[in-house]
Ligand binder design. Structure first.
Ligand code: HEM
Length: 422
């Protein structure tokens, strides 16, 4: 197999088969070419080996001793001197809560956080989530017979949920959204030095608030996830205040951005295939399967990173010690060796749950159940309230440029008022 690295070393112009790392509008045709022709391709523009086959990606995720997640939160584009100055002077010392930590530290912190991250807490949230969907949908519908389901429902719902779970201030939803956009752009984006400056200020504000939350929890002992972590610490679990603040810094981003996208994509996909929307209306029990199929077909995160700690081999290609790997789950999820007719969106697919959109192995997404719970409830309630929902010009929806987060920027919909039940 000829890779770009070989082409480079042979002095030829490197080829990437049309792969554009930050262009996520419709990367799937190029993923298919890569899987077929160059499944482990070195891309010097981002200094990563781009891995696109299901079995290879799963094997790398599984082998955490060889492939560490230490680079998972590293900026793809180095921070500018000015951005660094702003962050240092602002006291920014945040580190990944879990995803870029490695054992034994990762194992220790995950065991403490997992204890606080219980299904009991999600269950307690379920009635509020349901009521929030109903309220947000009715508010959107009050505006007429068309609207944007992303800004109307998907934007706020998971943000309210995660802020409530953690015990953060619900009056600060827009702040958390602004900070999260900055976090996604500063880590996985392709910003110029100038563009980084406002985002650097946002990250300082974000981290300051996470530290304040922890300090406040020591005073008030709240019935929230931060409160649980503070109590675990008091009872002898090994976790520092800085680590708790870092967990907040992670969850207050990971806990809503990706779910906003999942909810948006679920409606986008179901409404793109009206017969599948009708199937869900006729049988709400089909919704969990539909959500899994959306995660497979149009996941919120299409690529995640690892670093080789030793000389290794992936899919028969030699990977040198220290190399970065970009595991393209968005491609794995459409690998025909794993999924029959992978380019077909089918909510009755038997093995959709075997997608890799939540990763795999020791870092498997801690919030996967919460993300799916909220999306299921959103579809249950919105489909009951607005069965006449239709997508308006779905092909025109744009996606933010990013290496990993495939974020739709709008979801224009319309409905016929006489048929809606709001
Ligand atoms: C559609 C929604 C979501 C997607 C697609 C998603 C995806 C991911 C992925 C790809 C990883 C890295 C897995 C790996 O390295 O093997 C991850 C880790 C993580 N996710 Fe999620 N996530 C979602 C929702 C959430 C939510 C709602 C929360 C919290 C409430 C959350 C919390 C976490 C945490 C804490 C980790 C780090 C786990 C560790 O390193 O041990 N995620 N997620």
């Amino acid at each position: 197999m000829s890779t770009s690295a070989e082409a480079s070393s042979a002095g030829q112009c490197p080829v990437h088969h049309g792969y554009e790392p930050f262009d996520l509008k419709d990367p799937f045709p190029v993923y298919a070419v890569l899987r077929e022709e160059d499944p482990v391709m070195y891309d010097e523009r981002i200094d990563h080996w781009v891995v696109t086959r299901y079995d290879d990606i799963k094997a790398v995720f599984d082998d955490w001793e060889t492939f560490s997640s230490e680079n998972a939160q590293a900026p793809v584009r180095p921070h500018s001197a000015e951005a660094k100055r702003i962050m240092v002077e602002g006291g920014f010392t945040a580190y990944s809560g879990l995803s870029a930590r490695v054992p034994p530290e990762h194992t220790r912190i995950r065991s403490v956080v997992a204890k606080a991250f219980t299904p009991r807490r999600y269950k307690a949230l379920e009635p509020t989530i349901r009521q929030n969907v109903i309220d947000l949908t009715k508010r959107m519908m009050a505006g007429g017979d068309s609207g944007d389901l992303l800004t109307g429902v998907a934007y706020q719902l998971p943000t309210i949920t995660i802020l409530t779970l953690i015990g953060a201030d619900l009056g600060m939803i827009d702040d958390y959204k602004r900070w999260s956009e900055s976090r996604a752009a500063m880590t996985w984006g392709n910003l110029t030095d100038e563009e980084q400056i406002p985002h650097a200020h946002n990250l300082v504000e974000y981290w300051t608030e996470c530290q304040r939350l922890v300090a406040e929890a020591h005073e008030t002992n709240p019935d929230s996830l931060v409160g649980d972590l503070i109590r675990a610490q008091a009872e002898g679990d090994e976790i520092t205040d800085h680590e708790i603040a870092s967990v907040c810094y992670s969850l207050l981003f990971a806990g809503h951005e990706t779910t906003t996208t999942l909810i948006t994509n679920t409606f986008r996909m179901l409404l793109s295939y009206p017969e599948q929307w009708q199937a869900v209306l006729a049988n709400p029990k089909a919704i969990p399967g539909a959500v899994d199929e959306v995660l497979r077909y149009s996941g919120s995160i299409v690529a995640w990173r690892r670093r080789a700690l030793a000389d290794a081999e992936v899919g028969g290609v030699a990977i040198p010690k220290g190399a970065n790997l970009l595991l393209v789950m968005g491609s794995a999820n459409r690998d025909p060796s794993k999924f029959d007719d992978p380019e077909v969106f089918d909510i009755t697919r038997g093995n959709a749950r075997e997608h890799l959109s939540f990763g795999f192995g020791i870092h498997y997404c801690l919030g996967n159940m919460l993300a799916k719970l909220q999306t299921r409830i959103a579809v249950e309630e919105v489909s009951a309230l607005v069965p006449s929902l239709e997508l308006v010009d779905g092909d025109a929806i744009e996606f933010a440029p990013n290496l990993s987060f495939r974020v739709p920027l709008s979801l224009p919909v319309r409905w016929s008022e006489e048929k809606s039940h709001a």
